[in-house]
Design a protein around this ligand. Structure first.
Ligand code: ATP
Ligand code: MG
Length: 248
């Protein structure tokens, strides 16, 4: 038996985040337990305000919990210092946001390589890896474009490439198709599907049932708690064809 294989990439225990006090107290995340194994994709759905973004921020070290624990690759991270946490966010976690959050004055390839440079890679190595990732997301010919010259779907694919540049053990995505039209949604859907197929470990918050359907597990959240958890068949590429057929 090898214990290492049993350690989840991500583990949360009795995770809590409260805002306000007294009458105004909001339990945005209320005693949540979660394990995400290596290579697993978990989708989180639920109504607006139920705590999905708050949860993702806690899991990714963008916010500190009011209580409970977060473990990444077997190490507890909820209480570590700011510097260590920043390093962890940079190297071990890839974030994808609804609004892309690209640097508008940097080209696509500069956006992708930036976290690699910040992590201490040589400019040549960072550039090479950024170019390879842009190729992987189908944007090799757009590497020198500014975000303003890219479509929404292309911008989000740049953001996904950026999220992967330091080979994070965990990818967290908060409504990655929330700002996209249906054609661009399909592009990004297919990209996440291919990441899943390639064995990335991901937690994806989404309102889009098509994205959720490509996950291994679907968690439904309401008022800060998990109210349902469904193990899906984990079927990915096969089903996307059918979804593509449903477009328009
Ligand atoms: N900084 C904050 N201060 C006070 N309350 C907050 C803060 N951030 C979030 N909340 C509250 O916490 C709850 C959960 O918010 P959160 O943004 O996590 O929801 P969500 O599920 O991501 O919603 P949406 O689908 O609209 O993005 C909400 O009631 C929200 O008003
Ligand atoms: Mg949200």
């Amino acid at each position: 038996m090898n214990d290492a294989v049993d350690i989840p990439v991500l583990r949360a225990r009795r995770l809590r985040r409260e805002y306000g006090t007294g009458e105004g107290l909001v339990r945005a995340v209320d005693d949540v337990d979660l394990d995400v194994g290596a290579g697993e994709t978990v989708a989180v759905m639920g109504p607006s305000g139920c705590g999905k973004s708050t949860l993702l921020h806690l899991l990714g070290g963008l916010d500190r919990p009011s209580g409970g624990e977060v473990w990444l690759n077997g190490g507890r991270v909820d209480g570590i210092g700011e510097k260590s946490l920043a390093r962890l966010r940079r190297t071990d976690i890839g974030f994808v946001f609804q609004a892309f959050h690209l640097m508008e004055e940097l080209t696509a390839v500069e956006n992708v390589e930036l976290p690699a440079l910040l992590a201490g890679r040589s400019p040549r190595a960072a550039r090479r890896r950024a170019e390879r990732l842009l190729e992987r997301v189908g944007l090799a010919d757009r590497a020198r474009f500014l975000p303003s010259a890219l479509s929404g779907g292309q911008r989000q694919r740049v953001a996904v490439a950026r999220a992967l540049v330091n080979e994070p053990s965990l990818v967290l995505a908060d409504e990655p198709t929330g700002n996209l039209d249906s054609a661009a949604t399909l592009e990004v859907l297919q990209l996440f599907d291919s990441l899943h197929g390639a064995g990335h470990t991901m937690v994806i918050v989404t309102h889009d049932a098509r994205i959720a359907a490509t996950a291994d597990r679907l968690i439904t959240m309401r008022d800060g708690v998990f109210v349902d958890e469904t193990r899906l068949t984990g079927g990915t590429s096969g089903r996307l064809g059918a979804f593509a057929g449903l477009e328009d």
